[in-house]
Design a protein around this ligand. Sequence first.
Ligand code: CA
Length: 216
Amino acid sequence: MRVLLVEDDEPIAESLTRGLSRYGFEVQWVRTGAEALTAGDFAVVLVDLGLPDMDGLDVCRELRARGDVPIIVISARSDEVDRVVGLEIGADDYVTKPFGVREVVARMRAVLRRAQPALREPATHGRVRIDRRGRRVHLDGGEVELTPKEFDLLAFLAEDPGAVFTREQIMEAVWDENWFGPTKTLDVHVGVLRRKLGDAASLETVRGVGFRLVLT
Ligand code: CA
């Protein structure tokens, strides 16, 4: 998934680019508003407010005037006015420096979910068909019996096949928003899904991070 990062602070941009690529995002980094406005199409845009050539809010406004790409403002300014203005002119969310990559990824996934009504339509990935509204999964045309949590786990990972989700992200999304603690139950569910989907899907363990789903 392609991400445009508009940020003039090199250390922040480099660490964010590195961090996001670990999660499977393909980041294009530009330093100025002018470059951002000629960079082309992306799945999501991250915009710093303090840019050398123009105000990041104007970049947001211009991007919003052109289309509905999800925009997340990243800023050192923490005051409420900027936040409100950013959201009013069409940014979808806001993170304040300093932030962690995980926080940015979580917000990106949230805005992408809201921006993709297509996720509510049945989607076929290789041999696997996922119907989110009907909560049914078919493999090679035959229905796969899944428990509610097995379905939620598969549907969540399948929102972005190939991308890495951390254990914490998965636990929060599938089990409980405020979930902290051991994640053994996740391993159990991953094991069951691997068995039920066989070689149509590969639930890969990314050591020290989490899991990624590859549908074949
Ligand atoms: Ca800046």
